[in-house]
Ligand binder design. Structure first.
Ligand code: F6P
Length: 559
């Protein structure tokens, strides 16, 4: 059992949560006109307002004490200094080294990794420049026009999210496509319309064993070599060499697939998949935007690393984000957290953060092998806010469940179109205000009376229109979504997840929960293929539901 709940700050927060449940945010604002300045923090380009969270000075003080009692500062320093804080896989956790623009010496097991990082970045730069300039030619001697990135999870969500977010900064040089699903429909529709002679594949997989990625990569390889053969190129290996690169920490496996050594970009076991965007996993982004913009992304993240490493916790944004998440989930008992970007560019951010946070901290086991006796990570979900307003915001405003939300908006749009941005941002401001203040029965009654409704009709309608409010939100206001500020936002959430894990006493860097299904799927794949496995045989291996479903699938597939 975790010992967290015996910490003095933990007990204090339990009492404070009982009190806060009885207090409305409206009263907190009435009592403290300086709430906005007290409960906000800022970095150049990113303002973080958490004054609409259900906290007061006492709660924040106890949360900061909790951070201290959980040794957050010591754990942070262990991470930055390359200690093996991924205890179950016995690895360092050093995504910060990938974007350390100060290029400090960072030792992993006594070896300075900063040189390796710089070397790999230099290789990426040379490759990106060669492809974008047209010096890199395909098998027919033509330049590359399309990049297809094949990968899944951490080898897909980050690059794809950034590609979409920064599309306004791309030029016409390359189109980038993403394939993650092993459903053949996705790769078939992506390849349809592409010219093999001008298409480059980036196979991204840290382990180079992930079945979805390997299956898609083999399909792509077959497509490419068939086209090259049709074009009269008999040496399929050399054709593939001009069209396939890999990013992996398993260089040997990438080589076995036939990818040339010079075309393999390394990553390291001290980079977790969901934190790997900053490594060569970001290659599709660099190809799309040019290497300089990729560096700006790294620089933004590095700025946040410096802030996280040095700022006092009372104004340390990722620490505050983590404390608020623990407060809402563990102490206030809110089960979920919505991510609501009011910026079309960030439309894949909720999906990205789902993996980042839930794969990291969606666990019940604490570091010493015991179990938690408290709620850990919330269910992360979301959608571009403006579309959500016309879909699930009804639930956010009036459901009995309270769902804290992060609102993320920008002062300038990626592409300014007359008359649009103020309309969008008016909704960003209005929604968090409405969630906080709500609207009372008396106000509705006054409004309906002024509109001339009969007293009977007013009595019928009033309860339906009441909004209790008191629904907590944080607001991020960016100067604009650009490589630097996007890098900052991603790093803020990464460090938030880290601090959250420390406080919850969780190892945030493994993901054993996704392994079980993978193992079972491998066995099922073989049993589906085996003619000898009829329903009776399947029932000996599986529960009757799974066996029944598999048997029906096999029969229908073969009919
Ligand atoms: O989904 C599980 C997972 O292991 C993630 O942690 C990882 O990002 C993803 O699979 C892809 O793994 P790989 O990069 O090794 O293909």
């Amino acid at each position: 059992m975790s010992s967290r709940s015996t910490l003095p700050a933990w007990t204090a927060l339990q009492s404070l949560a009982a009190q806060q449940r009885e207090i409305h945010l409206n009263d907190l604002f009435s009592a403290d006109p300086s709430r906005f300045s007290t409960f906000s923090a800022e970095l150049p380009g990113v303002l973080f307002d958490y004054s609409k969270q259900r906290v007061d000075a006492n709660v924040m003080q106890s949360l900061l004490e909790l951070a201290e009692q959980c040794d957050v500062a010591a754990w942070r320093d262990k991470m930055f200094s390359g200690e093996h804080i991924n205890i179950t896989e016995d690895r360092a956790v050093l995504h910060v080294a990938l974007r350390d623009r100060a290029k400090r010496c960072i030792l992993v097991d006594g070896v300075d990794v900063s040189g390796e990082v710089s070397r790999e970045l230099a290789r990426m730069e040379a490759f990106v420049n060669a492809v974008r300039s047209g010096d890199w030619k395909g098998y027919s001697g033509e330049m590359i026009t399309d990049v297809v990135s094949i990968g899944i999870g951490g080898s897909h969500l980050g690059p794809q999210m950034v590609t979409e977010a920064l599309a306004a900064y791309a030029d016409e040089t390359l189109n980038v496509h993403y394939v993650s699903n092993v459903d053949g429909t996705q790769i078939a529709t992506t390849l349809n319309g592409l010219d093999p002679a001008t298409t480059l594949f980036v196979i991204s997989s840290k382990t180079f064993t992930t079945s979805e990625t390997m299956t898609n990569a083999r399909t792509a390889l077959a497509w490419l070599t068939a086209a090259a053969a049709e074009a009269g190129i008999s040496d399929s290996k050399s054709a593939a060499g001009k069209h396939f690169v890999a990013v992996s920490s398993n260089v040997a496996a990438a080589g076995e697939m036939g990818i040339e050594q010079d075309n393999i970009f390394s990553m390291w076991d001290w980079v977790g998949g969901r934190f790997s965007l900053w490594s060569a996993i970001g290659l599709p982004v660099a190809l799309y935007l040019g290497f300089e913009k990729f560096v700006e992304l790294l620089e933004g993240a590095h700025e946040v690393d410096e802030h996280f490493a040095s700022a006092d916790f009372a104004s340390n944004i990722p620490v505050l984000m983590a404390l608020l998440s623990v407060w809402n989930t563990t102490f206030m008992g809110f089960p979920a957290q919505a991510i609501l970007p009011y910026d079309q560019a960030m439309h894949r951010l909720p999906a990205y953060l789902q993996q980042a946070e839930m794969e990291s901290n969606g666990k019940f086991v604490v570091r010493d092998g015991g179990s938690v006796d408290y709620a850990t990570v919330p269910l992360i979900w979301g959608e571009v806010g403006i579309n959500g307003q016309h879909a699930f915001y009804q639930f956010l405003h009036q459901s009995p469940a309270i769902i804290p939300a992060d609102f993320i908006g920008s002062v300038r749009s990626s592409i300014e179109v007359d008359g649009h941005h103020d309309v969008l941002m008016s909704n960003y401001f209005a929604q968090s205000k409405a969630l906080m203040t709500g609207v009372s029965a008396a106000e509705i009654r006054a409004d309906l009376t002024a509109k001339g409704l009969s007293p009977e009709r007013i009595d019928e309608i009033v309860p339906h229109k009441v909004h209790q409010g008191n629904r907590p939100t944080s607001s991020f206001l960016l100067s604009r979504v650009e490589p630097r500020t996007l890098g900052m936002m991603i790093a803020l959430y990464e460090h938030k997840i880290f601090v959250q894990g420390v406080i919850l006493d969780i190892c945030s860097f493994d993901q054993w929960g996704v392994e079980l299904g993978k193992v079972i799927a491998k066995k099922i794949e073989a049993d589906i293929a085996a003619d000898s496995m009829g329903e009776a045989e399947l029932q000996q291996q599986y529960d009757v539901s799974t066996a029944g479903l598999m048997a029906r699938y096999k029969t229908m597939r073969r009919s």
